[in-house]
Design a protein. Structure first.
Length: 261
């Protein structure tokens, strides 16, 4: 990664702090089936387990892990996101830090989780850190809500975003090996990984859908004027598909699970 690309990556990673409330209000959650799949892959339940949720953001995944009975500690580097987290989840422990240097002792967790956050780490540092803090048999779980590009209107929207940004925003797809290869690019040792996919949908008002789009880092770094221009045009496109103003979003959650021997 060049100095310029590192700087751009850093800018995008920290762009969420100024939009934490927008992120919390409009980003999609995750389906119960995801956590069933995670538990099956790990070979043990979340209930009663110690889970470290890294890059916790506003607490979307942390809330669900806690609801499954896990004893969760959240880790979040950004001040804005951490502030929103504390408003939403004042009783769940929150540590300021990131996955490249986890502030936990060796073999102290049953799960280390990353929801929409692993790609902001340096895998060469984050992968061994996760394995270090996991107990033997513990699970590192990484997941992302991915747009379901076999749905015509979603594919069309993805192409409009790509054209607007000159191709920079196209969703990265691929099979098991492709996802794992990208996730652990640069890591010295790549753990054995199982790959899973869970499809789910949510129906939201058009304004929520557009605010969700605007909460992504590629739009946040663009600025308000450029984002507003795209979203105004996108509103017209979507009203042709959803004239009642209710958008049915469909996601494929990509889940990677790696166990510590």
């Amino acid at each position: 990664m060049t100095a310029d690309s590192r700087a751009h990556h850093h800018t995008r990673a920290h762009s969420f702090n100024a939009a934490a409330a927008q992120y919390a209000a409009n980003r999609p959650s995750y389906p119960p089936t995801l956590f069933d799949t995670m538990e099956n892959a790990a070979g043990h339940p979340l209930a009663g387990a110690r889970a470290i949720d890294v890059g916790a953001g506003t607490g979307i995944a942390t809330t669900l892990l806690h609801a499954r009975g896990a004893n969760v500690v959240a880790v979040e580097p950004g001040a804005g996101m951490a502030g929103q987290f504390r408003q939403t989840l004042p009783d769940i422990p929150l540590v300021r830090g990131d996955g490249n240097a986890l502030p936990f002792t060796d073999a102290s967790a049953d799960f280390v989780t990353y929801a929409q956050a692993w790609h902001w780490t340096e895998p060469a540092r984050a992968a061994p850190e996760a394995m270090r803090v996991l107990r033997p048999g513990g699970a590192l779980a990484l997941w992302w809500n991915m747009d379901a590009l076999d749905i015509p209107w979603i594919a069309a929207q993805e192409q409009r975003v790509a054209r607007y940004f000159g191709g920079d925003a196209v969703g990265k797809k691929g099979g098991t090996s492709a996802r794992a290869e990208r996730a652990f690019a640069g890591a010295i040792t790549v753990p054995d990984i199982t790959h899973h996919q869970v499809r789910w949908t949510r129906s939201v008002p058009l304004d929520t859908h557009l605010a969700n789009i605007g909460s992504h880092s590629i739009f946040l770094v663009l600025g308000e004027e450029g984002t507003a221009s795209f979203l105004a045009e996108e509103r017209e496109h979507l009203l042709e598909v959803f004239p009642d103003g209710i958008v049915e979003e469909t996601y494929d959650v990509d889940l990677l699970v790696a166990l510590r021997p």
